[in-house]
Design a binder for this molecule. Sequence first.
Ligand code: F6P
Length: 343
Amino acid sequence: MKIGVLTAGGDAPGLNAALRAIGRSVLAEGHELIGIHDGWAGLVGGLKGSSLQRPDLANILREGGTRLGSIRYNLDEPEGGRQAVLDTITRELDAVIAIGGDGTLQVAQWLAERGAPIVGVGKTLDNDLSHTEYCIGFDSAVSIVAEALDRLHTTAASHHRIMVVETMGRSTGWVATMGGLAGGADFIAIPEVPVTLDDITAHVRKRHERGSASSIVVIAEGVQLTSIGDHERANVHTDGIGRVQMARRSVGATLADHLSDTTGIETRFSVLGHLQRGGSPTAIDRIWATRVGIAAADLVLAGKFGRMPSVRCAGVTDMPISDAISEVHRVPEELWQLAGRFF
Ligand code: F6P
């Protein structure tokens, strides 16, 4: 079989570990592996990719980013991009493994419904796919947030300041919640739980009145703060697939200004941004990206298309791609409340 593999959407630590696992599995069975360049763009207007051999997969387990490249490529504008991808797959490949988040998996599902021999692998730093307990890159992002909080606690304490920390998280607050829990945040604002600037101010003020000399407030970039509507509208920048670049909404800066103006306490902010996406994967991301990579290769070799590996109860099983994108996996209220016991 001639098997293509691609990574699409935002990169994340662990993609190369998955690529290595997929490659080792399919090459060991005597199949050909094509590394498709730059996600779906590598399948529009013909196949753009290179043949991968075992030496190409050496020493990439610990490497961040993706060796294959990734572009946020809009297949729907102009129309016909998805059909062009389907045509290339039909003409040039016997199977495709698509590694990506909800956008990538929506395309994979569309292709599977039209008979394409495709298998998905869930990658999302935001951890917003359904019916799986693991997505490539999330654990690394949480570790980076936790380490950042460790560092910010000491400088916040030295200067008796409030530190606002903005994390990634377009429509879910998993990175903020888990990173905040691991790093001992004093408040966590996430898209799932409506909050106003005044609510956060009241909380921080109360902490300081009770004797806390410093506070760490974590905010996910996708939080809707109604009071910043005008600021947000004035700063809309979109990405390659027309989505608002969330970091440009500057919720962290807005919150820091508000806290400083209303409490009178010196406040600084840090936007962790793409630091959360770069660098080496954690051991957890290496292990689980390897396991789901192997499972994806097994699905291809078994001819089980339209499916993807799913991690449940510390084991790997598989599910239809459509399950992963059936709903947005949001932070449950109880988990946020649990984090709130330490606020
Ligand atoms: O979609 C995942 C994500 O990490 C979001 O949290 C973030 O808003 C976005 O990617 C940023 O991606 P880029 O800067 O590559 O467009």
